[in-house]
Design a protein. Structure first.
Length: 610
């Protein structure tokens, strides 16, 4: 989730750009850069922290009095972190900064190559910048050039653009990515988030999608795609800077839970081509994928729980056996590995020590390794034979939420790709599933997040609990393992997840009057069996929260103190809204206990020792 800043006005731009980028550091980044208008466009950028960019700028005293420019902190998605891949990108005629993903960048690159363009970086952003340049050369009009380019682009974007021929002007436009604009007495600003402008003003505009904003000093004008001037509503906030970094949420964890619709959408859209899963890796072509007899998913904690969801979906859709392994145990138990097996390493940070050790063990055994990580250039990403990146953006809270969702989403896409290779589904069926994953799933997550009042109310009943149980069957049992971990991590309440059918084989002896039990039931074919287990614990006085799909709720009458019905969605995708409900429950219990939600005791975001 990169950071954008732009300023044009009466003051020197560079200090304002650097200050704005510093306030956006919380979003995470691996490189930074600025472009200012001074005898044309001058660009300075650097891999690493902002201090390295400042060091480079200190040697550019001739830029000190520039009064218009744009800046960017980059979290790499296309291409490794480097000076060349850093933003801004462009030509001698324009400079552009970008947040988001251009889905059809390869098609656009091929088109531009035919027009004589060459590319310096590995980024989709450079493609977008040169497409706008192409149309600008044709029209000589920035507005027409931008709108013409937008008609060709697919994906999500927030653009900030400067043209050399318009030395005091910034253009900005967005789709499916945040972007705000603001004015002060001395100039105008663009930014990807409120914190970057709070030092200057607490009033801003959030332009509607595909509305072009033109900032000329302290004047802001909005245009629609036909070139007509339009009005946009302004907003005012009374947050402090720390609150603003959290987007108005009291904790980063809650903010990141609410970022899941966008995170899933970005990840899925990045790996679709013509509506089908496409990974752009020669090593994962059809013939290569056909040869695998079995898959081993190796991970720790939340990532391992995402692997359980992936196992369920891969085996269900393409009937390839999947073994989910705890990374810290993998190499020590001397696993049986065949040269025709595939080892998938899941990690948010890509630096998890146990996962890295498992990766190296698999490679020593001559087994092909595929990493699924969130951080470009991380050690796991570098050492695996192939890598697929999730596009969650940085997670600040220690307890992982959106990384889990995007790992699951990417495993769904991998399952579909394998199913196509093994001819278990048709291309038509795969497209339908991909479309639902792209659109219906983010919508269902948003609807699940709207259940927060019900979830918060139930959470109050758990504040004083010492022990509780999660129960489910099938994929719901896999979800319960993550739900239980999330609650333990941040509320310090002892909880366990059990397969509901196992209750009578021992665990039910622990169920007494008022024992909190959370039952998850989204699988219609297993609902009757789940109902039996729920009745067993209800008869012993358990305090029950039952979470079901709408289809299950319509068909069965569950005994429950509270019954939460998930948004209606194809049963295949029920894990996505269900996991969000469970994340919110853990969050509200922790918050209501007055604990440090974002930094639970004894835990670290990235575990880099065994």
């Amino acid at each position: 989730m990169c950071g954008i800043i732009g300023y044009t006005g009466q003051k020197c731009a560079i200090p304002i750009l650097l200050e704005g980028l510093a306030t956006l550091e919380y979003r995470g980044y691996d490189s930074a850069g600025i472009a200012v208008q001074k005898n044309g466009l001058q660009t300075v950028k650097a891999k690493g922290r902002l201090a390295l960019l400042e060091e480079k700028l200190s040697a550019c005293a001739y830029l000190a009095d520039a009064t218009c420019g744009i800046g960017h902190t980059r979290w790499a998605t296309h291409g490794e972190p480097s000076d060349v891949n850093s933003h801004p990108h462009g030509t001698e005629r324009l400079a552009l900064v970008h947040n988001g993903i251009i889905e059809n960048y390869m098609e656009i690159a091929a088109f531009l190559a035919e027009q004589g363009y060459t590319f310096l970086s590995q980024t989709d952003t450079e493609i977008a910048a040169k497409l706008i340049d192409y149309h600008y050369v044709k029209t000589g009009n920035p507005q027409k050039a931008i709108f013409s380019a937008l008609e060709m682009l697919r994906g999500a974007y927030a653009f900030g653009i400067c043209f050399a021929d318009y030395p005091n002007r910034i253009y900005a436009v967005r789709r499916d990515n945040p972007l705000i604009v603001a004015v002060t007495e001395d100039g105008g600003l663009i930014a990807s988030d409120v914190p970057a402008v709070l030092a200057h003003t607490n009033t801003y505009w959030r332009p509607e999608e595909k509305i072009l904003t033109v900032i000329d000093g302290a004047e802001i004008t909005f245009y629609n795609s036909t070139g007509e001037m339009v009005t946009q509503a302004s907003e005012t906030v009374d947050w402090n800077v720390q609150q603003a970094r959290k987007g108005g949420f009291p904790h980063f964890m809650l903010k990141e839970i609410h970022e899941q619709p966008a995170a899933v959408s970005h990840t899925v859209s990045a790996y679709l081509r013509d509506g089908l899963p496409y990974f752009n890796l020669e090593a994962l072509d059809s013939e290569f994928l056909k040869k695998f007899n079995a898959i081993h998913v190796v991970a720790c904690g939340t990532a391992m729980h995402a692997g359980l969801i992936g196992k369920n979906i891969i085996e269900r859709i393409c009937r390839v056996p999947v073994h989910v392994e705890i990374a810290s145990e993998f190499r020590y138990r001397d696993p049986i590995l065949d040269k025709n097996d595939l080892v998938i390493l899941l990690s948010q940070s890509g630096e998890t020590a146990d996962t890295l050790a498992a990766l190296r063990h698999a490679k020593e055994k001559g087994v092909y390794t595929l990493a699924i990580v969130n951080v470009i250039g991380s050690t796991v990403a570098r050492e695996a034979d192939s890598v697929l990146y999730t596009l969650a953006g940085p997670e600040i809270a220690v307890a992982s939420t959106k990384a889990y969702s995007v790992q699951c989403a990417l495993l769904y896409l991998l399952a579909l790709r394998l199913a196509l290779v093994h001819k278990k589904i048709s291309a038509k069926e795969a497209r339908q599933i991909c479309q639902k994953l792209l659109s219906a799933v983010p919508k269902a997550i948003e609807q699940a997040l709207a259940l927060k009042n019900e979830i918060s109310a139930y959470a109050k009943t758990l504040v004083d609990a010492e022990h509780l149980f999660y129960i489910g069957r099938g994929i719901d049992c896999d979800l319960c393992t993550e739900a239980s971990l999330k609650l333990k991590e941040i509320s310090y309440i002892h909880s366990e997840a059990y397969a509901a059918g196992e209750l009578k084989h021992g665990t039910i002896s622990l169920v007494v009057e008022n024992t909190p039990i959370i039952a998850l039931c989204t699988v219609s074919s297993l609902a009757e069996k789940m109902l039996s287990g729920i009745r067993e614990v209800a008869s012993r006085g358990a305090k029950l929260l039952v979470v079901t799909s709408k289809a299950v709720a319509d068909a069965y009458d569950f005994p429950a103190d509270i019954h939460i019905v998930l948004p209606e969605i194809d049963e295949l995708f029920a894990p996505f809204p269900a996991c969000c409900v469970m994340q919110l429950l853990a969050y509200y219990v922790s918050a209501q206990k007055g604990l440090d939600v974002d930094k639970p005791r004894n835990l670290a975001k990235s575990v880099t020792v065994e």
